[in-house]
Design a binder for this molecule. Structure first.
Ligand code: C2E
Ligand code: MG
Ligand code: MG
Ligand code: MG
Length: 283
């Protein structure tokens, strides 16, 4: 009987594995044409200061395919990184983001920061900086490129630190700042944080989520805020969903808040509306 169970186990495992492999291949197959077929769009999630004023946004990529429906970035970004498609996709995301930033500036929509997620695979691509500079020259002036913040994640960052620092410094020379995304969840050490030229920390939503859970304590968030303060870094809390979390973070002097409590990621038009609404209500 045990043998039989074991056998079933193996069969089940093989089925699950093959389902996963097939899904991945399917995603890969449709992803290749997603840009040309205009299936990729961008959303913008507001970032607010302690007064609730919209001071920035994070660009979040979306993909809707006719056959597959909506596929989340948590699924297709890792696949794009594995296949190398992230280079083409990353270029497209940068170009579309720059167009938006420039359009908003012309419309009088002023932000202090405009954050774009950059995959480490992109950062380590030898043509990344030159490519990005061409796009800057095409769409942005110096004052606009200094609004840019590139979010990188610590989990994959530890590859070749000297090369990473070199790339970051070349971007910094054009006024671009860097943010450490999902801080606290990856592998980075504090010495690593000290080595690379970071401007901002983003506290991962897993830690924000624990605020308000009476069984957990808020020490992790307080500790991260202290580290940031001691290193002279700005802090964004991501995944703020309740008023209680907002209050705690403002009391603890967190600079910028982002999350569903303020707004979900929005289309370009909806973001413009949200920005105006915020301005009116703060008068
Ligand atoms: P991330 O950069 O840490 O982005 C934050 C994620 O949290 C986003 O998920 C956002 O929609 C979600 N979020 C924001 N506020 C809340 C909240 O209050 N509650 C909850 N539960 N979630 C919230 P999304 O859009 O699915 O993106 C997932 C990840 O995919 C991102 O994590 C980022 O690592 C990656 N990603 C998204 N867009 C891009 C992109 O343009 N380029 C690259 N390379 N990666 C991207
Ligand atoms: Mg991010
Ligand atoms: Mg994050
Ligand atoms: Mg994340």
């Amino acid at each position: 009987e045990a043998k039989l169970k074991g056998r079933d186990g193996v069969i089940l495992f093989n089925n699950e594995l093959s389902v996963r492999v097939e899904r991945k291949l399917e995603v890969e197959r449709f992803l290749r044409f997603a840009i040309k077929k205009e299936e990729i769009t961008l959303n913008y999630q507001p970032q607010v200061d302690k007064k609730g004023k919209v001071v920035g946004c994070e660009v979040l990529v979306r993909w809707h395919n006719e056959q597959l429906g909506s596929v989340g970035p948590d699924e297709f970004i890792p696949i794009s990184e594995q296949t190398g498609f992230i280079i083409e996709l990353g270029h497209y995301i940068l170009e579309e983001s720059f167009k938006t930033l420039s359009e908003w500036d012309k419309k009088g929509l002023k932000l202090e920061q405009f954050s774009i997620n950059i995959s480490m695979r992109q950062m380590f691509c030898n043509t990344f900086i030159d490519d990005m500079l061409l796009l800057c020259a095409k769409y942005l002036n110096d004052s606009l490129s200094s609004k840019l913040i590139f979010e990188i994640t610590e989990s994959s960052a530890a590859e070749d630190i000297p090369k990473l620092i070199n790339t970051m410094n070349r971007a910094k020379a054009c006024g671009i700042r860097f943010s450490m995304d999902d801080f606290g969840t990856g592998y980075s050490s504090l010495s690593y944080l000290r080595q690379i030229p970071i401007y901002e920390l983003k506290i991962d939503k897993a830690f924000i989520n624990e605020l308000g859970n009476p069984k957990k304590d808020a020490n992790m968030v307080k500790t991260i805020l202290n580290i940031a303060k001691n290193l002279g870094l700005s802090v964004v809390a991501e995944g703020v969903e309740t008023q209680m979390q907002e209050k705690f973070l403002i009391d603890e002097k967190c600079d910028i808040l982002q999350g569903y409590y303020f707004s979900k990621p929005l289309s370009k038009d909806k973001f413009e509306e949200f920005y105006l609404k915020g301005k009116i209500s703060s008068l």
